[in-house]
Design a protein around this ligand. Structure first.
Ligand SMILES: Nc1ncnc2c1ncn2[C@@H]1O[C@H](COP(=O)(O)OP(=O)(O)OP(=O)(O)O)[C@@H](O)[C@H]1O
Ligand SMILES: [Mg+2]
Length: 1068
């Protein structure tokens, strides 16, 4: 029940905005204007101050100062990869697919006859014809959505969707049996009731809807599309039994319901439709897939707020585990299904994006929308245009920003109906916060019709955010599972109690007999605290540093009774076996020792494959205790009965209330735990500060837009001018006023006004040759216009941190003078991320050894860069060096050595051993380099003088991105399938996306080690979604190729008809 009264605050916008024009960037950019290079020392100093977001962490020395897993995206665009994927995987990586596509599509194109293409295979034939039948019945009830809807009915039932339905009920394949005679009943009843009890004849009405074609061209197009469709999904279909009528009926009913609720939504009435304006099937899916039978009271209240009904922007805030996601999901489904608009959901980390993709793919398949991943190297820019089904883009903060940029650039921002931001408080966190702020400000400025919804458990100064987002606010204190907070000082445990005088009351004394040795080894009584819960319940122990995580895990296992070894013994040895499988036969000695006790550590020193395996084992209860760093609280959704905070510190910083709330919020998750508790361990000396922490308010969040100058305000202004969102000083200033920073300027601005800051940032951009004044007159006049230079365009398109764009330009230019192509080393050097260099601390002995192993050509690269073997040798032997050498270049070359080794060996383990670095660090370096390589490629694409790099970087990016055996790449495209899992699947015979999309989850569970039923289902539905999405993208592409160019000469004059028919005739 809800115990906190919900309250709503309203705010009225205080400013009016001028909406910027959305012209495309077709105008030719000005030639690059390069100013003399800046002082390299200053340049490096700037670089060292700013650590690039999401990039690999510093080496272990900076232990867990910020343990972010490199789990968010470093760079804002990676469209190249998507294009490479698009072109290559279409035809190369899906060979079976390709054969069907090319052969049968060509055949059909020549024949121009739908019937003929169906002879691909007997089974395919049958399926296709049934599909057509199914479509026919759907067309009877479907309300056309767009102008072409009536002509494209076949697209509404993708084969993978049919397959999905089939597999959901494969036990009752009802073809030819009684149930094929099932017919639609009263469509106003809930779907489940309907199918259970009411079986009447299917109405056969309006059967002209799919048959009527008004022109011969339409007929021809449809036939081609049909051919492509059938052929492209041929492989999937080949294994498909014939579709059952009951599924057709479900589809039909769903369409009917959607059309009814669409009408309801468009009409001003208060009628909410079967399930919050959604088809009742959505409710059924929540019961079936998530076990949610009824909404919490607050969820109902929130969804029925009149402001929500009116699609006003909304911020809502509830404690952790309050069920915030469901509200956002229902609103997203309304937008996708009823308002037929695309939706963007921004989540903070790659791992969470993947989790969400997995959990929403089934909804997409069942309800007919796409779920598209924008994280890591995944995501297309601009996104594929869809004519019918809508897309739910699930993105990291960085990718979300790129997506919004590309929608603005292509004039498609109004297709975005809703933008949801989870963990909205992240807007106050460093450069990632600045990127989130830019994204929101751009959407607010360029699209009046996009609704914005933000949620968080830890918001304090909501008024500022409300003013920025022009949003209403809803809050409640509801938490379905009670969370009891405790503090432990010495052996006394206090309960946090807001009614008590100092905020705590005595709870109990810890009674556990400690030997002298144990007392010494475990002064904090961790053994006592964890053994109260494990192994039957799960426990998370948050530690201040990575090293501490490992030590605590080892210490605990030293003192745990041997009985713990017996608990789920077989499964635990399987975990170790699987770890070996993903790590070239090696297992970390600490994990090897702790896992048999059900204990493991979890931090960014592990590879993502290892982390995933440990998370899976913990979620299924095989492991009962994880020692982890603070980012696990926000990074991965792992619940616990008891959460222990080892100390009130994160690294050396005292804990913030927001962090504290997030960490303890992992305890007592709804649906998993019946109770939850947290215990914060503290020393007497920290008592006062901890009392302030638990009793105090949450921290305010503040804009970082101006603080992060090259990654904040300067890059924002560059993109405003580049995208032509605002090009005159007046408009730019107005835009700045509308940012979160604009709202907080009175608090944040001490020395300079916003006007001065804007002018300063523009001056910097002009001085760097990134923008140019476009008109005469004073650059401080409101009317003064700016345009982007070629260098500016390249930096913007490549999402290059403006602190490095000059250096990158210089380095690439120098590279042209003598690029060594005998090995990859030189190219790798040129794409080694600059922001990692300041933290790179070479191990000089290793450096020297590696240098000695280079071929003469590779040594030549070092010589060209000015790094000599004797210099490295002297450093290794500790000799004094008189000659001045550029430290930046030396350190960057060292990082290039690591990357080059990875490309040659592909084993993260052996490379990390060779360079004596944590494997997680090496993996993050690789990910960062892959992203940066793609950024450099985009940079080069905009500058003619670098044309030669383009082809080279295409290949290099691919090598860095996948760095695995080529055969695993298609499997790794599926959300959540990492290298280790891909290897297992490949070895078990699942070699392509089609294999996975058509796999039976039960068989997967039986044949793949350590794969839970839930994971198997998620892999299959993610693969189905991906396959469906790829097939449709190909269709869209074909459609685009066959369509009449709108600017075809002669289209506008009286001979239009003639021109059109000529074009039509010429196409096939
Ligand atoms: N109405 C409901 N009935 C039962 N379970 C629910 C309901 N709504 C949400 N849940 C479950 O509660 C759990 C927590 O929900 P959710 O992840 O949305 O929390 P949250 O508010 O986003 O918390 P956090 O701030 O920690 O992210 C989920 O497992 C979810 O499935
Ligand atoms: Mg949440």
């Amino acid at each position: 029940m809800e115990d906190g009264a919900p309250r709503i605050r309203r705010r009225v916008s205080v400013r009016k905005r001028n909406r910027g024009s959305l012209e495309s960037l077709s105008a030719a950019p000005a030639p690059a204007e390069l100013l003399p290079a800046e002082d390299p020392e200053e340049e490096e100093a700037t670089g060292s101050r700013r650590r690039k977001t999401g990039s690999p962490e510093p080496a272990q020395e900076n232990d867990s100062e910020e343990d972010m897993f490199g789990d968010h995206d470093s760079f804002t665009e990676n469209s190249f990869l998507a294009q490479v994927d698009d072109l290559e995987q279409k035809y190369m990586q899906l060979p079976e697919h390709r054969d069907h596509v090319t052969d049968s599509a060509t055949g059909a194109l020549c024949a121009g006859d739908t019937g003929k293409k169906l002879s691909v295979s007997a089974v395919g034939d049958l399926t296709a014809s049934v599909t057509n039948e199914c479509v026919q019945s759907q067309s009877d009830v479907r309300v056309p959505v767009g102008p072409e809807a009536g002509n494209d009915l076949l697209f509404d039932v993708p084969s993978s969707q049919i397959l999905y339905f089939e597999s959901m009920q494969n036990s009752s394949n009802d073809l030819g049996d009684q149930s094929t005679k099932e017919r639609v009943g009263n469509s106003h009843k809930p779907l489940n009731e309907e199918l259970a009890c009411s079986r009447v004849e299917q109405p056969q009405q309006n059967n002209d809807a799919s048959n009527v074609s008004t022109s011969s061209e339409t007929n021809r197009r449809k036939s081609i599309k049909d051919s492509l469709k059938s052929a492209m999904t041929g492989n999937a279909k080949a294994q498909t039994p014939v579709i059952s009528r009951s599924k057709q009926l479900k589809e039909t009913l769903l369409c009917e319901e959607i059309s009814i609720v669409k009408k309801a939504i468009e009409s001003p009435s208060d009628d909410l439709g079967p399930f919050y304006s959604l088809p009742s099937k959505v409710r059924d899916l929540y019961v079936q897939l998530k076990g949610i039978k009824k909404l919490y009271d607050w969820q109902h209240t929130c969804l029925t707020l009149s402001s929500v009904q009116k699609r006003k922007n909304l911020i809502y805030s509830l404690p952790t585990s309050g069920g915030k996601t469901l509200v956002a999901e229902i609103l997203m489904l309304q937008e996708l299904l009823c308002r037929q608009k695309d939706v963007l959901m921004i989540l903070p980390y790659v791992a969470i994006v993947q989790e969400k993709i997995s959990s929403l793919s089934s909804f997409g398949i069942e309800l007919g929308f796409f779920v598209e991943e924008y994280a890591g190297s995944k995501g297309r820019f601009p996104p594929t245009k869809r004519r019918e089904k809508k897309s739910l883009y699930i993105a990291t903060i960085e990718k979300g920003h790129s997506l919004v940029n590309s929608l603005i650039e292509t004039g498609r921002i109004s297709t975005l109906g809703l933008l949801v931001v989870d963990e909205l408080h992240m807007i106050g966190e460093g450069s990632r916060g600045a990127i989130l702020e830019m994204t929101l400000a751009k959407v607010l400025y360029t699209s009046k019709t996009t609704q914005i919804i933000g949620m968080s458990a830890t918001l304090n100064n909501v008024e500022d955010l409300q003013e920025f987002l022009k949003a209403e606010y809803y809050t409640s204190q509801f938490r379905p599972v009670e969370l009891k907070e405790y503090l432990k000082v010495n052996d006394t445990i206090y309960e946090v109690d807001s009614r008590a005088a100092n905020g705590v009351t005595f709870s109990r004394l810890l009674s556990y007999k400690y030997s002298d040795v144990l007392k010494k080894m475990d002064p904090d009584h961790l053994v006592a605290l964890v053994t109260e819960v494990i192994p039957n319940y799960s426990c998370l122990v948050f530690c201040p540093t990575k090293k501490n995580c490992e030590n605590v895990a080892e210490m605990l296992c030293k003192f745990l009774s041997k009985d713990y070894l017996n608990h789920r013994e077989k499964e635990k040895s399987e975990v170790i076996r699987n770890l070996r499988g993903v790590s070239s036969g090696k297992v970390c000695p600490v994990l090897k020792h702790t896992i048999p006790f059900g204990v493991a550590y979890h931090h960014s020193g592990l590879t993502s494959d290892e982390r995933k395996l440990l998370e899976e084992a913990y979620s299924t209860g095989v492991l009962c205790l994880l020692t982890c760093t603070s980012t696990l609280a926000a990074g991965v959704n792992l619940p616990a009965r008891r959460v222990i905070l080892r100390a009130p510190y994160v690294a050396k910083e005292f804990l913030k209330r927001n962090q504290y709330k997030q960490m303890i919020g992992r305890a007592g998750r709804a649906g998993i735990d019946a109770a939850g508790e947290s215990i914060l361990l503290l020393q007497e000396k920290d008592k006062q500060q901890v009392l302030e922490l638990i009793n105090g308010p949450l921290e305010n969040c503040y804009s970082h837009l101006v603080e992060e100058c090259t990654k904040g305000i300067q890059s924002l202004l560059l993109s405003l001018i580049g995208l032509k969102i605002a090009t005159s000083l007046g408009d730019i200033y107005q835009f700045m006023n509308g940012t979160f920073f604009g709202v907080q300027q009175k608090i944040l601005l001490k020395e300079k006004s916003l006007w001065e800051i804007t002018i300063d940032a523009l001056r910097h951009l002009t001085e760097k040759g990134l923008v140019q004044k476009d008109s005469r007159g004073d650059p401080e006049e409101l009317q003064c216009c700016f345009r982007i230079t070629k260098l500016g365009q390249a930096s913007f398109k490549g999402a290059i941190d403006l602190a490095y764009c000059d250096t990158l330009y210089r380095d690439l230019k120098k590279g042209l003078e003598g690029l060594v192509l005998e090995s990859l080393l030189h190219l790798v050097y040129l794409t080694t991320p600059y922001d990692l260099v300041p933290q790179s601390e070479p191990d000089w002995m290793v450096y020297f050894r590696q240098f000695g192993q280079l071929s003469p050509a590779e040594q030549n690269v070092a010589t060209l860069l000015g790094v000599s073997e004797s210099f490295i040798g002297k450093r290794a032997s500790g000799q004094a060096i008189r000659k001045k050498v550029d430290k930046g270049i030396v350190n960057r070359l060292y990082l290039s050595f690591i990357l080059y080794s990875l490309l040659k060996e592909t084993s993260i383990w052996s490379v990390s051993e060779k360079f004596n670095l944590p494997r997680g660090y090496v993996q993050n370096l690789l990910t960062g380099a892959a992203s940066f390589s793609s950024c450099v490629l985009h940079f080069c694409e905009e500058l003619d003088e670098f044309w030669v790099y383009r082809a080279l970087l295409v290949e290099l990016t691919k090598k860095l991105t996948y760095c695995v055996k080529a055969e695993l790449i298609p499997l790794m495209e599926v959300t959540g399938v990492l290298e280790g899992r891909a290897k297992q699947l490949y070895n078990a015979g699942y070699k392509s996306i089609m294999h996975l999309a058509n796999a039976n989850p039960e068989v997967l569970v039986r044949t793949i080690d350590h794969l839970s039923r839930r994971q198997a289902k998620q892999i299959v539905s993610s693969a189905k979604m991906l396959l469906q999405e790829k097939a449709e993208a190909l269709q869209e592409e074909a459609q685009e190729l066959l369509s009449l160019p709108p600017d075809l000469p002669g289209l506008g004059d009286p001979n239009t008809e003639e021109a059109g028919s000529h074009a039509g005739e010429a196409t096939p």
